[in-house]
Design a protein around this ligand. Sequence first.
Ligand code: ATP
Ligand code: MG
Length: 166
Amino acid sequence: MQEQWEQVAHTPDATDDLGERLGQVLRPGDVVLLSGPVGVGKTHFAKAVARGLGVRSEVTSPTFTIVGEYEGRISFVHMDLYRLYQDPDDVAAQLSDDILIGIGFDDYFDGSRAVLIEWPQGVRQCLDGYLDISMQPLATGERVLQVKAVGASARERMKEWVGGWA
Ligand SMILES: Nc1ncnc2c1ncn2[C@@H]1O[C@H](COP(=O)(O)OP(=O)(O)OP(=O)(O)O)[C@@H](O)[C@H]1O
Ligand SMILES: [Mg+2]
């Protein structure tokens, strides 16, 4: 089964298309990690995922709140962990148990919600299965999305998501 996939999003609309189609297949318990530099389009993608999930209210960047929860076809949780790091560019940074308890991190992984996390490097090790998406800018200004599925459930979801693309 396919475990890695890569796609160039030539425009913001192309990113919307990818995000909406992911939102259409996400199920309760799914976890999506979204990495990439400041301003690459992570929140843009997250908003599209929310639309695909049927969320009608405005998804705001949760930079100051850390976590936002929205109701759609299923519950959608959007986290932005940026502010929790001393150095957000340190890809090896870990977040302490105290910090995670402070935001009620574990409560969101009860299997009843789909969770998308921007700046996930500090929690990757705490999680079992997830779609690991890296979004990077190309010199041309386009974005490339590299997707890795970790765990059987994520592999299944990736197949449902990208099966439509060649
Ligand atoms: N191909 C593309 N895909 C997504 N966004 C794009 C693309 N090309 C340009 N953009 C623009 O890049 C900007 C991305 O902003 P966004 O807030 O989504 O970034 P971010 O990765 O969430 O940043 P931060 O790390 O600060 O949270 C938007 O203004 C969006 O329109
Ligand atoms: Mg963002």
